[in-house]
Design a protein around this ligand. Sequence first.
Ligand code: ADP
Length: 259
Amino acid sequence: IIVTIGLCSVIVLIIISSFLAKRSLEPVKQSYERQKEFVADASHELRTPLTIIKSNLEVLSLKEEETIVENKKWFDNIYTETDVMAKLVQNLLTLAQMDNKQISANMQIVVLSLIVENVCKKMSVLAREKDILLQSIIADDVLVKGDQNRLEQLFVILIDNAIKYTPKGGQVKVSLMTTSDKAYISVKDTGIGIEEEDKNKIFQRFYRVDKVRSREQGGVGLGLSIAKWIIDEHKATLEIKSKLNEGSEFIIGFTSKNK
Ligand code: ADP
């Protein structure tokens, strides 16, 4: 009887420990799977511009005695794709640094109103090129605790998206409003809108509602995952209001440091 009980206990122990080992390995397995998926997506995204650059160079290499002006179309394609690749590599680097915790937000008291104003000025050229009216209504002297460069990067991503996903002739409105203890930045466009089911997905790496459309606009699907990291680092809130074919509004809420 003792031997049987002993044997049974050993078997039960083996079953429990193998179950526990399997469970504790689950997060590692998931993280490995995510990593594998990320590398596969990144490689795929890098291959597309490289293929286009290569084929354009092939066309050029077959031409004889023609001037640069005559071949402008091929050079332009190469230039555009090199730009896409440079942006992609820069974003990948930022995400890798975020994952490895090599960068963290450098928090100081900053003038949020000035940062937003400067980004709007910078982005107005792009808006004009697309015939989009970029308006800004910004409350004065709003202070928050934040990282100047990261906040700039966040507003560039949001305004750039608003311009990218709004058809010619549309409007993008950037507002900074305050309550007694909060500062809200709203980036509102009259663009294509986002469906309810996509609202969470758009923060995933490489997720794009319409891959072709995003690519045509020079998108690589990483902007909002970087934006989300910056929002979280600032312990800010995020709300998205959107209606398909009518427009979207991204509202970020910061704790203000005024008074
Ligand atoms: P991308 O480089 O493709 O713009 P993002 O990560 O910045 O990548 O955005 C992910 C996706 O979210 C976009 O491809 C687009 O489908 C959607 N999106 C982002 N901003 C907007 C917006 N203002 N209006 C409509 N769709 C948007």
